[in-house]
Design a protein around this ligand. Structure first.
Ligand code: PLP
Length: 401
């Protein structure tokens, strides 16, 4: 009954039943390999698999499988596999779907590491990418090639928070025989891309999903066939490239995941207060929770009720020097960390043009509208939102006006 809930936060808790041994948190399976009773059993496991059994933790591990099951339930996909980082999730999913000679159409406004993978690394293996404004239908039509295999976008782009039109991308992908892959790192619980037609949903678990700033992790959510193909001992990208998640890390992330609904609601509530206050003080704020954001309405139509618009907002400080000065003052006032990443308990701030988007060439950043004077905030949940909003706005007013 729980698994069918429309609320992704409720779907997360499909494993609320008490463990037979009485543990409320499942024991950690710290085994690299798993033993068999007979040679015949081992052969059967290698040849066809045995339900509920494991052979080697690079292939699958009970703690990792338990975390993956929760994330598949959250994203409403048939299955999922957890992996060492968000980048390895993106790379393995692409390499499983695409081969040499294939082409990808990607949003121009992707995370810098993803941009570098698509633009610099994958062409060495014969996989090329066209970067476009993913919500521009003409650009989509024009980018199609006979060898196009995949469409790739982030639910909310980094750092401009453009919201992609997933139903439209899904219709386009499926009428052209393409796979639609969505990076939902910026919008866990807020949006369920598979329910709008995405075929593959990936996350960097390093961000909100773990939320504690201590582990790297990633997940690929998709059909049972896709996940089995990734694990295939002869041809699976996760099995053969080997970016496995450690069982202890999986157990930690699984525990932290239980508070994700509460954390996302609080991040969004605090960020909305900070964004509204900064905007009211006369600053140019980019936050899809605000009516001033061009994709505010699109986010509302795509989002699940009650989770808001997330922690991330961007403030245009005009120049790099002013952005630097603001961050220094915020840091000195103890309001957060001058650090990349997002979805952490504490507030984080960074300049995307010089950090998480620095892999994107300056001309491309200009086309995206990403100025050097932008400061990206990930608003934390460690303080009262009204207090945080008035403190940040007071410092911004002193430094920037
Ligand atoms: N996707 C997005 C949207 C990101 O912001 C990041 C990292 O910042 C990644 C993927 C990569 O994740 P990881 O750092 O866990 O490899």
């Amino acid at each position: 009954m729980i698994a069918k809930s429309n609320d992704p936060g409720t779907r997360l808790n499909t494993d609320r039943m008490q463990h037979p041994s009485g543990h409320v948190n499942a024991p950690i399976s710290d085994s690299a390999m798993f033993a068999f009773s007979t040679g015949a059993e081992m052969t059967e496991m290698f040849e066809v698999g045995i339900a509920g059994r494991f052979l080697y933790s690079r292939h699958a591990n009970p703690s990792c499988a338990a975390l993956a099951a929760k994330l598949a339930a959250m994203e409403a996909t048939e299955a999922a596999i957890v992996i060492a980082s968000g980048m390895s999730a993106i790379a393995c999913a692409i390499l499983q779907v695409c081969s040499a000679g294939d082409h990808i159409i990607a949003s121009r406004t992707v995370y810098g590491g993803t941009y570098a993978l698509l633009e610099n690394f994958l062409p060495r293996f014969g996989i090329t990418t066209s970067f476009i404004d993913i919500n521009d239908q003409t650009a989509l039509n024009d980018a199609m090639q006979p060898n196009t295999k995949m469409l790739f976008a982030e639910t909310m782009s980094n750092p401009l928070l453009a919201v992609c039109d997933i139903p439209n991308l899904s219709a386009f992908a499926h009428s052209n025989g393409l796979t639609l892959m969505i990076d939902n790192t910026f919008a866990p619980l807020i949006c369920s891309p598979a329910m709008h037609g995405a075929d593959i949903v990936i996350h960097s678990l390093t961000k909100y999903i773990n939320g504690m700033g201590d582990h790297l992790g990633g997940v690929i959510c998709g059909t049972e066939n896709l996940i089995q193909s990734l694990m295939d001992v002869n041809s699976g990208a996760t099995m053969l490239l080997g970016p496995s998640m450690d069982a202890g890390v999986a157990a930690d992330i699984r525990k932290n995941l239980q508070s994700l609904p509460v954390r996302v609601r609080q991040h969004s509530a605090n960020a909305l207060k900070v964004g509204s206050r900064l905007q009211a003080s006369g600053f140019r704020v980019v936050y899809p929770g605000l009516e001033s954001h061009p994709d505010h309405l699109r986010l509302q139509t795509l989002s699940n009720e009650g989770y808001g618009a997330g922690a991330v907002l961007t403030l245009d400080c005009g120049t790099r020097e002013r952005a630097d000065s603001l961050m220094q003052h915020l840091k000195d006032a103890g309001l957060g960390f001058l650090a990349v990443s997002l979805g952490y308990v504490h507030t984080l701030f960074s300049m995307p043009a010089c950090s998480t988007s620095s892999e994107i060439p300056a001309a491309e950043r200009e086309r995206m509208g990403l100025s050097e004077g932008f400061v990206r905030f990930s608003i934390g949940i460690d303080a009262d939102g009204d207090w945080l909003a008035s403190e940040i706005a007071a410092i911004a007013t002193k430094v920037l006006l």
